[in-house]
Design a protein around this ligand. Sequence first.
Ligand SMILES: Nc1ncnc2c1ncn2[C@@H]1O[C@H](COP(=O)(O)OP(=O)(O)OP(=O)(O)O)[C@@H](O)[C@H]1O
Length: 233
Amino acid sequence: MRHQVRLDEVSAGYAGRDVLKQLGARIPAFTTTAVVGPNGSGKSTLLGVMAGVIRVTSGSVRHRTGKRPAFVVQRSAATDALPLTVREAVAMGRWGRLGLWRRLSREDRAVVEECMDRLDIASLADRQLGELSGGQRQRALVAQGLAQEADLLLLDEPTTGLDATAQRLIADVLAEVTARGGTVVQATHDLEAARSAGHLLLLQGGAVRGEGPPAEVLTGEAVERVWQIPVRV
Ligand SMILES: Nc1ncnc2c1ncn2[C@@H]1O[C@H](COP(=O)(O)OP(=O)(O)OP(=O)(O)O)[C@@H](O)[C@H]1O
């Protein structure tokens, strides 16, 4: 199995406090990995480390390719307040590729339109992000990630708060990414969605408590142990 990312003994966190403690994990290439775990278990921190926006204090993070990953952050007050139209926000996904003159090429513009189409937000292209519903904004952020055409797409809870149609749309888009040879890593609280991923990483207290095929890792016993809730039968 080829690995897109290999993390060995990674410690990382915020302002002198490590959240991830000596974490080791392998992210298989060309499939979707779901990262699950209780609130505060370190899912967002792990994504930030893989994206290169959080520095490790020790250990190593090795990527299969030298390309920059795309990172779709969790929706927040900050992303909601960005003074941008939907088209401008999605076009930001192309910035990493722009040449000296920082102008979008015809191809860049075509990719931006295609990504908006794919997320079903083309009709909202000229609207300000701040005027949209939460679900529409979330789709714009995913379109921005898609527009990067990165070989690794990292998403932090991309379907939280979305209706069933939008959830399905995003799941289909992510399945397309892996079908085309991309790798997806998605933090989620949706254990049903996690069960349909190709690979699963179960976090608790900043460490990996389970890693492998979802059906093998996400057993009733594991859910009960990690979330401390009795499983109904
Ligand atoms: N910017 C920050 N500064 C300081 N501590 C932080 C920061 N972001 C997260 N933390 C802390 O790091 C720990 C792990 O948080 P993280 O966001 O990685 O967890 P998570 O599993 O993604 O949680 P959730 O399911 O609630 O989104 C928590 O204890 C949190 O309080």
